[in-house]
Design a protein around this ligand. Structure first.
Ligand code: HEM
Length: 535
């Protein structure tokens, strides 16, 4: 997968180079006279959306953050499209500093890589960076005008965020949907037990993906996808394809302005293929919802969105595409992220038998040996919680966060131009040696010590501020209970001594060698002999 992505990038790279070279010549020849530096207070309301700013020469070399050496024409593009961009950028920042100014074909990008700069940016400049600029392929559900994750900070975003929190992700909504997750956790356990009994090897990532997709779909749209009809496999395939597109979408976003000028729609065919497949699937589910007879008994997120769609007087008028885009984004942001984290954490636990022992002791002593772990047990399992935090610290599934500076501003004494793309390298922040002891080692016990907790914004796996992840509580529950179940109920063995921990290429942080193991039910647990019913 990684080599495929790299090869595709190489071929489009030459094409891009030629197109952008002509644009660069054009802009150098016809650039406007230099304007005075004009910095605003960053927490002013964002200015109306305008075109992506191309950096004016008058601003280059004045008091911008330091810029590392770059290549002619493409600037620092090679760091962003390298197969492990978060590592390439981490290397750059450890050599040149935590606040850097990069240029991609002369378009400005600010890179943040330390806890202290991240703290300043999310605390003092949060409103200014609370938008991700509107992406370019209008009719697509993934990067079109109807998206939520890419929506500017404004009325539409606030309206949808309120619904997301009240109907799906807020504390009350999570309490109401607890039964669904308990059901799905038991199904996860039974599926593992079935494989263990048959001595089949288990792909942990696949089982975890089923768990997270089923939980999130049942919570948000009242149904999961059928394994028998092949629908579930198709959805998992689409989520994987969606993952593969994220780096391309980032590139399209950063290069949006020159591409628009040149009339180029990069990767449009691939993006539209995945978008159309989701469109077809989600339209079917929307119609099912509209036609269901007991509509008014229990309303899920999809029902509420359909009500708003049908209501002429709704607080905010939304279209069917708004609803579909939101669900595509929930598939992308909510399912694979949790599944990848579960996989990384299990790999770390297998490689650290002392941690496995400690977790088991904790679970057995708190729960006894007569029942399966439940999500209400999590607050009483500090060791398990610290393992989840440490897994997310070392292996954040979304290592790079992208926002846009709506206005020019001053930061740490440097000038940041309006419409500069902001990239926060969460991977580098969470391995920053100035805020973490032994940053590259898996040491969950660090979170049991108070001082690690007090170091503010050094743990940003879920981002921060207004646009931080609204699904963090749900994700922590799904990950905690899945890891807890495997630790509590099974002995895990792998081929070889240690799990290989290499990272695959791509924007999402996935394992290059997906974790496969054989499970053996722990013999001293009475419930491990539960009859496996057909699932
Ligand atoms: C391990 C699991 C997860 C991780 C590591 C994660 C991480 C992130 C990150 C880093 C962001 C961007 C934050 C920023 O820019 O500051 C984000 C945004 C988002 N996440 Fe998550 N996420 C996870 C699970 C979930 C789940 C389970 C859901 C919902 C079902 C979800 C829904 C969202 C949404 C809707 C946004 C966009 C928020 C906005 O733009 O206002 N995420 N997530």
């Amino acid at each position: 997968m990684a080599t495929m992505i790299t090869a595709e990038f190489q071929s489009c790279f030459i094409f891009l180079l030629l197109c952008l070279f002509s644009l660069l010549c054009y802009s150098l020849l016809f650039r406007k006279p230099s304007s005075r530096r004009d910095a605003y207070d960053c927490d002013l309301p964002p200015s109306p959306p305008s075109q992506h700013t191309k950096l004016k020469d008058s601003q280059v070399g004045r008091d911008l953050p330091q810029s590392p050496p770059s290549l002619p024409i493409i600037g620092h593009l090679h760091h962003l499209i390298s197969s492990l961009s978060h590592k390439s950028l981490q290397k750059l920042s450890s050599k040149y500093g935590p606040l850097l100014y990069l240029s991609i074909f002369n378009f400005p990008v600010v890179l943040v890589s330390s806890a202290s700069v991240a703290y300043e940016i999310f605390k003092a400049h949060d409103l200014n960076i609370s938008s991700r600029d509107n992406p370019p392929i209008d009719e697509s559900l993934l990067v079109g005008s109807s998206v939520f994750v890419g929506a500017p900070y404004g009325d539409y975003w606030k309206f949808m965020k309120k619904l997301l929190v009240t109907k799906l992700l807020g504390p009350q909504a999570l309490e109401q949907s607890r039964g669904i997750r308990a059901d799905e956790l038991e199904r996860f356990y039974r599926s593992l037990l079935d494989k263990a009994m048959k001595k089949e090897s288990v792909e942990i990532g696949k089982e975890a993906t089923k768990l997270s997709i089923n939980s999130i779909c049942r919570m948000s749209m009242g149904r999961s996808f059928s394994e028998e009809s092949g629908e579930a496999e198709r959805v998992r395939g689409l989520v994987t394809e969606l993952d593969g597109l994220t780096k391309k979408v980032l590139l399209v976003n950063i290069l949006r302005w020159p591409l628009e000028k040149l009339g180029i729609s990069l990767f449009k065919k691939e993006i539209m293929y995945v978008s159309n497949s989701f469109d077809e699937l989600l339209e079917r589910i929307l119609v099912e919802h509209e036609e269901k007879p007991d509509k008014h008994q229990f309303t899920d997120l999809m029902d509420v969105l359909l009500e708003a769609y049908a209501d002429e007087n709704a607080e905010h008028k939304i279209t069917r595409n708004h609803i579909k885009s939101l669900f595509v984004e929930l598939f992308l942001g909510g399912t694979d992220t949790s599944a990848q984290t579960i996989q990384w954490i299990m790999a770390e636990i297998i490689n650290n038998p002392n941690i496995l022992e400690r977790l088991r002791e904790e679970i057995d002593s708190v729960l006894g040996k007569t029942r399966l772990i439940q999500e209400t047990d999590l607050p009483n399992l500090p060791d398990l919680q610290s393992v989840v935090k440490e897994g997310l610290r070392l292996h954040p599934p979304l290592p790079l966060m992208v926002r846009t500076f709506q206005r020019s501003c001053d930061m740490k004494g440097f000038y940041i131009p309006e419409k500069t793309t902001l990239v926060v390298n969460a991977y580098a922040v969470m391995r920053d040696p100035t805020s973490w002891e032994d940053p590259d080692e898996f040491k969950p016990e660090r979170f049991l010590r108070q001082e690690e907790e007090r170091r503010g914004l050094n743990h940003i796996a879920f981002g921060s501020g207004r646009r931080g992840c609204p699904g963090s509580n749900l994700a922590t529950i799904i990950i905690g209970t899945a890891v807890g179940t495997m630790v509590q109920c099974f002995d895990l063995s792998i081929k070889g001594d240690k799990v290989k921990m290499d990272e695959a290429g791509g924007l999402n942080l996935t394992m290059a060698h997906p974790l496969e193991c054989t499970l053996v039910p722990r013999t001293n647990l009475p419930f491990s002999n539960l009859q496996v019913q057909s699932l």
